[in-house]
Ligand binder design. Structure first.
Ligand SMILES: Nc1ncnc2c1ncn2[C@@H]1O[C@H](COP(=O)(O)OP(=O)(O)OP(=O)(O)O)[C@@H](O)[C@H]1O
Length: 378
């Protein structure tokens, strides 16, 4: 644990009955840090948040806040507030009563509650709505009330469980910005659960990618985007074009071979995790980082040969589905290329993420047996 660690999650495992959901989660957050938990449906994001909040008990591991072990504290003795996707407001209460609720149950005097609620309503731009029933508010306003109720108790840690997913796209952008700037202004440590990649990227100081109950990678949005540590992270962060190739390494160079490549081969700098690797790989890249080129070009990268299957115009760019060998990839371009056209696609080395192939197909196994690459991936 570093001296600046505020929330420290150590070896946390959590399950429902005999069904293990989270396994050995280790994570340290600094005070005032905003962390986004990102992962596909069912990977355990909400379970982690509920365990932090004290609504679930871990089967092993500890949670420390400022060095104090709070693993077995009840929710009200954790100095944390949870904001739900569904708002979870009291429908029979006014905005003011909802925001003051947490203070009331803590036995705070009425005069203090009144002043604090006014302060929070102003902070969230809800002045003038205090006496409205919450049922007479828009979705964005309701979520602001839910946030106000959480902030009224001045928690040290704010837990956000997909608070924006019930809002329409435009309001979501506004509330996203409001939450982030409030959190920064108040210096609150925040853990935000989302399955929206862009939301995590623009809001968080660091993103935690969860996959099947384990942490796959932790880093700043840019680190994760530029240096995904696994095929899962690359795919999850948009590098979902995949081409399978054979790879061999020599010193700091990665030699790639495959029918999909122009000239049957390509050379790129070797990523750290492929030191000494020889075998099947899957190369990932984003559709907007691949380029349709008219001739061979200079600079580190690879070139693929493909045939345009169809082109569509989602706005600003043309998106092409291109058959490359047995695989189909998406490539964006400023101009459209006709169906059936033979194209050369260039992917710069720094936009190419190469990992050992997850499983060999039958034809790849046959090729391996014929003496291609000798090391099949795990
Ligand atoms: N009350 C429960 N009893 C048993 N299993 C549960 C319960 N709640 C969740 N699970 C299971 O635990 C796993 C993790 O669920 P969790 O809600 O934490 O996932 P999540 O990542 O938040 O998913 P989503 O993005 O869909 O909300 C899932 O497989 C889910 O089916």
């Amino acid at each position: 644990m570093t001296s600046s660690t505020f929330l420290n999650i150590q070896g946390l495992s959590v399950g429902y009955g005999r069904n293990a959901v989270l396994s050995g989660i280790d994570l340290e957050l600094g005070q005032g840090e905003f962390i986004a938990l990102l992962g596909s449906s069912g990977c355990g994001k909400t379970t982690l948040l509920r365990t932090l909040a004290g609504f679930m008990q871990p089967s092993s591991g500890r949670i420390l806040v400022a060095g104090r072990d709070i693993t077995h504290n009840p929710p009200e003795r954790r100095d944390m507030a949870l904001v739900f996707q569904s708002y979870a407001l009291w429908p029979h209460m006014s905005v003011r009563q909802n925001v003051g609720y947490g203070l009331k149950v803590r036995g705070i005097p009425r005069s203090v509650i009144g002043a604090r609620v006014d302060e929070v309503l102003t902070m969230l731009g809800l002045d003038g709505l205090g006496d409205r029933p919450v049922t007479a508010l828009s979705g964005g306003q309701r979520q602001r009330v839910a946030l106000g109720r959480a902030l009224a108790i001045a928690p040290q840690i704010l837990l956000l469980d997909e608070p924006l997913s019930n809002l329409d796209a435009r309001i979501r952008l506004t509330v996203r910005h409001e939450i982030r700037s409030l959190q920064q202004r108040l210096g609150i440590t925040a853990v935000h659960v989302t399955h929206d990649r862009e939301e995590a990227m623009v809001m968080a100081d660091r993103i935690v990618i969860l996959n099947q109950g384990r942490i796959e990678q932790v880093g700043s949005p840019e680190e994760l985007y530029r240096h995904p540590a696994s095929a899962f992270v690359a795919t999850f962060l948009g590098a979902d074009n995949v081409i399978r190739l054979h790879a061999e390494t020599e010193a700091s160079t990665l030699f790639l071979k495959g029918d999909a490549l122009a000239g049957g081969a390509g050379v790129v700098p070797r990523p750290e995790h492929l030191t000494g690797y020889r075998g099947l790989v899957q190369a990932h890249f984003r559709s907007d980082e691949a380029e349709i080129v008219s001739g061979s070009s200079n600079g580190a990268g690879i070139e693929l040969l493909g045939i345009v299957k169809h082109a569509s115009y989602p706005g600003g760019i043309w998106r092409h589905a291109v058959a490359v060998g047995d695989e189909e990839i998406l490539v964006d371009a400023k101009n459209s290329h006709a169906q059936g056209a033979n194209v050369r696609i260039r992917i710069p080395a720094d936009a190419l993420f190469v990992f050992p192939a997850e499983a060999a197909t039958q034809s790849e196994m046959n090729e391996l047996q014929r003496g291609g690459a000798t090391q099949a991936a795990a």
